[in-house]
Design a protein around this ligand. Structure first.
Ligand SMILES: NC(=O)c1ccc[n+]([C@@H]2O[C@H](COP(=O)([O-])OP(=O)(O)OC[C@H]3O[C@@H](n4cnc5c(N)ncnc54)[C@H](OP(=O)(O)O)[C@@H]3O)[C@@H](O)[C@H]2O)c1
Length: 297
């Protein structure tokens, strides 16, 4: 790496870190005179919330800490019930766990049976399915591609459509879609995942514009590597990994303020470098090389 490039990276990191810290110190302003609870409560739905280490449970914890009641959705029954009880005990909020396979095309009536009559102020679409192995696009079998599209794209659309309409009708709310840095440009070795995440990003960004006048805030979160999977990310450079809590905190702070949150200074810098300091093709090659290292390809 040349001296000039190193200095540029260091200066960029310092500036981005400064902006990040400054933002963290700002109080979240009320939205049009409404508190967070009034705008995004009294109930929130969080999908993919069963794993204790996961981002979904991270959202659930911070929302419960703001006195928002929760409908938690996941395919993992036992873990989901355990998370629900932890939140009830610690934060004294109401929690309704809903065990659902969001890949089933007909899942919605089972969810609305639970949420009918509840004022849903926030929808956090966070669930995701990707196989543990990381086959290339053509090595992955077609059935898995289709399952991923059902869970990661079709279900996101179904949820956004149902609860977005409800929020517009009630005159307030927020929709937070958890995409990924992998959705910002092609990401080799997780190509199907990258395509699903790009779908979520485009859905969310377009919806953000379309709902600007409706008092329903839309935000896409594009995290980079986040410590949610035990030691699965150990082969990546450690400075690239973020903890769950600051990712969630930055996303919730961005609601009503931004349409896209790329959390943390390192992810912001990586995004800046891949969009401003190199061609899109070079960005895909750089990301592919990084993935090959992290996945031992
Ligand atoms: N961790 C990262 O480095 C990272 C980086 C960028 C973006 N993200 C995004 O952040 C979100 C949360 O990821 P995470 O790392 O916290 O993973 P996670 O804990 O595995 O969360 C995903 C949850 O969704 C559940 N799920 C999978 N298929 C489902 C289905 N058909 N119906 C209902 N629930 C289903 C999973 O259950 P199973 O475990 O049984 O599949 C899991 O509990 C995802 O959208 C992910 O793409 C994560």
């Amino acid at each position: 790496m040349g001296k000039q490039f190193k200095s540029l990276v260091l200066a960029g990191t310092a500036v981005t870190a400064g902006i990040y810290l400054w933002k963290q110190l700002q109080e979240q302003p009320e939205r049009d005179g409404r508190s967070f609870l009034q705008q995004y409560g009294p109930w929130a739905i969080v999908t993919g919330a069963a794993r204790a280490e996961g981002l979904g449970y991270g959202f659930a914890r911070q929302l419960a800490g703001r006195h928002i009641n929760l409908v938690l959705v996941d395919i993992l029954a036992e873990e989901l019930e355990a998370r629900a009880q932890e939140l009830r005990d610690k934060y004294l909020v109401h929690v309704k766990p809903v065990v659902l396979d969001l890949g089933r095309p007909d899942f919605l009536p089972e969810l609305t049976a639970v949420t009918d009559g509840l004022e849903i102020g926030l929808l956090v679409c966070n669930h995701m399915f990707t196989p543990q192995e990381t086959p290339t696009i053509l090595e992955m079998d077609l059935a898995t591609h289709h399952t991923m599209i059902d869970i990661n794209a079709r279900a996101y659309t179904t949820l956004v459509h149902a609860y977005g309409r409800q929020m517009v009708a009630q005159g307030h709310g927020g929709i937070l879609l958890v995409s990924s840095q992998g959705g910002l440009h092609g990401t080799p070795f997780t190509g199907a995942y990258s395509a699903n995440k790009a779908f979520q990003l485009m859905l969310g960004e377009s919806l953000w514009y379309e709902l600007r006048q409706s008092n329903v805030d839309v935000l896409v979160l594009a995290p980079g590597l986040t410590r949610t999977q035990g030691d699965a990310l150990d082969d990546y450079p450690p400075f690239m990994l973020m903890d769950v809590a600051p990712v969630v905190q930055e996303a919730l702070a961005g609601l009503g303020q931004q349409h896209l949150v790329i959390p943390g200074p390192v992810n912001k810098l990586f995004h800046f470098a891949t969009t401003h300091l190199m061609s899109r093709q070079k960005a895909i090659v750089t990301t592919g090389d990084l993935m090959a290292q992290g996945l031992n390809k």
